[in-house]
Write a protein that binds this ligand. Sequence first.
Ligand code: NCD
Length: 311
Amino acid sequence: MNKNLLSIEDVSADDIAAFFATATEMHDVQNRSVKKLPALRGRTVVNLFFEDSTRTRSSFEIAGKWLSADVINVSAKGSSVSKGESLRDTVLTVAAMGVDGLVIRHMASGAAKQVSEWTDAVVINAGDGTHEHPTQALLDAYTLQRRLGSLEGRHVVIVGDLTHSRVFRSNVLCLAKLGAEVTVVAPPTLMPSGIVAWSKDAGFATSYDFDDVLPKADAVMMLRVQRERMNGAYFPSAREYTVGYGLTRDRLAVLKPDAPICHPGPMNRGLEIAADAADAAQSAVLDQVSAGVAIRMSVLYHLLAGEGGQA
Ligand code: NCD
């Protein structure tokens, strides 16, 4: 296993199996009344978040705390970043305090890798621009595997704003390593350039036609329309997007009744996903959130509980 978790590209199928096995044990801890393991006692983890986050930041914090690590949160708003400090200076400053792990979210693709070159601390990528979000892909696949059993040969359909999605990029890599068949669906304007060559390389299919793919899906993953990353109009109107690419009530009726519905959150209800779909019995959205804690406990455990830790 690599020292850092920067990209799913660096994670092998065996690593994924190891992360999932530990996550299953951690999931049991979540259901206890006293949720504390001593594994990371004496270790310090800093969550360095340069972009907004609810789930990812708080689940890394909970995960670290349940493993008895000391967890500190630094966000761009409220830190010296807003005074103009460079990323390198911020990282060196935090690292000089003697931290063991740095969980970083940043708007620049490649930021986590860059940070790992500046510090000896373990670096975990919690989302770098439109590049990757490896723990999200791990928790998504873990959630699907708990619902469906082995993902070998299962058809996962990923729909939405692919151009701006790091979740999609990590997911196609992760799902391929688990043997799933993946089709990604988006309007032409939100299909990343170069995707045809990449999809051939990585072994996934692309489509502009959600209705054609939907009945064949064993699971659907809806992605948020990331308006904050758009500087222009990518579709004529919200209504038009929903008609072509939303998981509407009508489409829900076509989806296999046991196919999990995933969404990494935050959801735009009524745009990419209807309330009926988000709250359906087959929705896995809240399972993803609780799996997020278990997966992050597992990742922190594997990367930080080794030498010098008290595992
Ligand atoms: C995603 C992200 O930040 O990349 N959310 C998350 O981590 N749960 C997806 C998104 O913002 O749409």
